[in-house]
Ligand binder design. Structure first.
Ligand code: WTA
Length: 661
């Protein structure tokens, strides 16, 4: 069976895409991995013995307090990497640079939204991380505890993550755009002891409060595990205060020592939990551990961005997502790179904001999402053209398939036709890049993530796990464990097994990782990602489960039943479209639509706000009562129905669904 991806932005044009862009010769000449042959040699070596390949890099690239005994212990689907090894990722990101010329090199360069800015050198960052680590210790946080982080994009977000890692507490960062309800669920699932937050942050020209959401999440002892809230002052908004629980960072910081030795962690000790949406149930806590994650984010960052000592690297993601974890904080700092952090976001009121940052800091490597590229494309070439972008040498993209039109604009207008574009395919679960060009080695094709990273055995298979021929759609799978793979779903091994490793039935004990994406491989072995094959939406590069949004809608008293699907959207890639059946006495109205949209924002956050709600009398269901989502997707996009409607229980439902009511 071929998968039917939910979202296929411009899939027709991707299928016809023939252009090939070789790495520019002067770029390739200085690249760490240079030319297709070198990539192939590296790839073949890694594929022949992945464990040996990673062990060699682990020895060479990371500092270990104690070397491991076993490289890989694989009891499918549970992997352990560098078993018996001891290290600390905060040590690898900070301390080991302090005895080198990097001591006074900018580690974090931060640009605030109202135009304020701050640079922290490696020595300064180390000092602040130690201070926060000591404050956490004073609050009773110990190795193995969990800490929630709910922050705007300010340096303290990264400091908080590194401070947790330093003392062996696992962080769970919750994106600042999530609602208090979403925050509460995550804090409870992780049983967090402390929450680190701020009074607010600046977002799209406004000061947005954050602390009230924490207060609401914790109200009435709703999260009994939390004993303290550490609050960073950012916007100077008025805040409510709970004495004994809440602590201002600026009150305790001056007294906190800037010396805090990094705790030697076992390779497999929990580093962080990051919640992400799946097909069913509540968001799942993706578990990442220390050693493999450190090595993999370090290596992928180094090779895919071809990092050089003087590079100024900027990733525009939020630290609340995996991209921010792996490629704003851990990957760059482990390599001793300079990582730019920006508090703002693309918006029509400041159409040059990204390009101002590139110009101001002479950014050399720029990494963003297709949705941002499309937004800037729409705002016009005059904005980037009015800035000096000549410092750029590599461009990257992540989060959703990039349509060739956006790719070409990125290449021509932002990259001045000289910067390789790395289209990086990966997931919260994979920890780091899985399929990506190495910019000096692999010729790119607009819309293709190209080839797997060395050590990654990727393939396209059918539902039974049989490889499909070139250019045929199938399921994207990974056939061998890799160091930064998720270890489990927090507290739910069975869900981990079911969701990722048994979806494609294991054959002869060979388990394959099921990514949930549809893809095809072309005759040159290039991967083309087509989008999710499950009920996960990708809205502006953010993952949302249709079921989460449906549950949010149904929790409103007026709603009897809801079905959510994705509808293609020119800017966001995909938008949330909800079909809603009302409870008996409630009547459909535009006001109710507004109210329901607001209700979803309250339950989940603004990123989940439905673009459209359509009231319905019934939903298309099979005789066994299953909603036929395929039809709903067709209806949402105003397309002809694809497939056979005769299996439906009530044929008249479809006609009524074409319009409200
Ligand atoms: C999608 C983000 C096409 C994909 C790092 C995946 C992509 C999901 C790409 C993971 C890409 C990510 N091309 N699709 N380059 N990168 N995706 O967990 O559907 O937020 O499964 O991780 O985003 O989203 P997540």
């Amino acid at each position: 069976m071929a998968p039917s991806p939910n979202s296929q932005p411009a899939i027709e044009s991707i299928l016809q895409e023939q252009r090939l862009f070789e790495p520019p010769a002067d770029f390739a000449k200085d690249a760490a991995v240079s030319g297709a042959d070198q990539y192939q040699t590296l790839y073949d070596k890694a594929a022949a013995d992945p464990a040996a390949f990673w062990a060699e890099l682990a020895e060479q690239e990371l500092h270990w307090f104690k070397k491991w005994d076993t490289v890989l212990d694989w009891q499918p689907p549970f992997a352990k990497w560098f078993v018996g090894g001891k290290l600390n990722i905060s040590y690898n990101c900070l301390d080991r640079h302090l005895t080198t010329h990097r001591r006074d090199k900018p580690a974090l360069v931060w640009e605030g939204e109202p135009g304020d800015s701050r640079t922290l050198t490696y020595a300064e960052l180390h000092g602040e991380v130690c201070q926060m680590a000591n404050v956490l210790k004073d609050m009773g946080v110990a190795k193995g505890d969990r800490v929630g982080i709910y922050m705007p994009m300010i340096p303290e977000a990264a400091i908080a993550m590194l401070a947790c890692a330093r003392i062996g507490a696992a962080h769970t960062v919750v994106f600042g755009g999530f609602s208090s309800e979403a925050l509460r669920d995550r804090l409870n699932d992780a049983e967090a002891k402390v929450v680190i937050t701020a009074d607010g942050g600046f977002r799209k020209d406004k000061a947005m409060p954050l602390k009230p959401a924490v207060d609401q999440a914790l109200a009435g002892d709703a999260v009994p595990s939390v004993t303290n809230v550490l609050v960073v002052q950012r916007t100077k908004q008025a805040v409510d205060w709970t004495d004994g629980r809440d602590v201002w960072w600026h009150d305790v910081k001056p007294e906190a020592s800037n010396d805090c030795p990094a705790e030697p962690m076992d390779s497999e000790d929990l580093l962080f939990i990051l919640y992400t949406s799946g097909t069913t149930g509540k968001p799942k806590g993706v578990v990442h551990t220390t050693g493999g994650y450190n090595l993999y984010t370090h290596t992928t960052f180094q090779w895919a961005f071809d990092i050089k000592e003087d590079d100024v690297y900027w990733c525009t993601a939020d630290v609340g997502w995996i991209t921010g974890h792996s490629y704003i904080v851990y990957g760059p700092l482990s390599n001793g790179a300079t990582s730019v952090m920006y508090e703002g976001a693309p918006r029509a009121s400041n159409p040059g904001c990204f390009w101002d940052v590139v110009q101001k800091y002479k950014v050399t490597i720029f990494y963003t999402a297709p949705t941002a590229i499309r937004a800037f494309l729409k705002m016009g070439d005059q904005h980037p053209n009015a800035r000096d972008l000549s410092s750029l040498r590599i461009l990257g993209t992540v989060g959703e398939p990039i349509n060739p039109e956006a790719w070409m604009w990125y290449h021509n207008v932002i990259g001045g036709e000289k910067c390789p574009i790395i289209d990086t395919w990966w997931q919260t679960e994979t920890g780091g890049f899985m399929i990506t060009p190495l910019p000096g080695a692999i010729a790119t094709k607009p819309g293709s993530a190209t080839k797997p990273f060395p050590g990654i055995l990727a393939d396209i298979v059918d539902a039974e796990g049989n490889p499909v021929p070139a250019n045929e759609g199938g399921y994207l799978v990974i056939k061998h464990p890799w160091p930064s793979m998720m270890r489990t779903v927090y507290g739910d091994d069975a869900r981990f097994r079911r969701t990722y490793w048994e979806h494609i039935p294991p054959k002869d004990g060979n388990y394959v990782y099921f990514a949930g994406d549809g893809a095809r491989k072309d005759e040159d072995g290039y991967f083309w990602i087509m989008g999710r094959t499950d009920d996960v939406l990708n809205v502006s590069g953010h993952r949302l489960g249709t079921m989460e949004i449906e549950s949010a809608l149904v929790s409103h008293p007026a709603v009897a039943e809801a079905a959510v699907v994705g509808r293609k959207d020119e800017l966001k890639g995909e938008d949330v479209f909800a079909f809603v059946i009302l409870e008996g006495t409630h009547t459909a109205s535009d006001e109710l639509k507004v109210e329901l949209k607001q209700h979803v924002v309250k339950e989940i956050g603004a990123i989940a706000r439905p673009g459209e709600i359509r009231f319905a009398a019934g939903l298309p269901k099979t005789r066994s009562g299953k909603i036929i989502r395929r039809f709903l997707r067709n209806l949402a996009s105003g397309e002809e129905l694809v497939g056979d409607a005769t299996t439906m229980e009530d044929q008249s439902v479809l006609e009524k669904l074409r319009t409200d009511g």
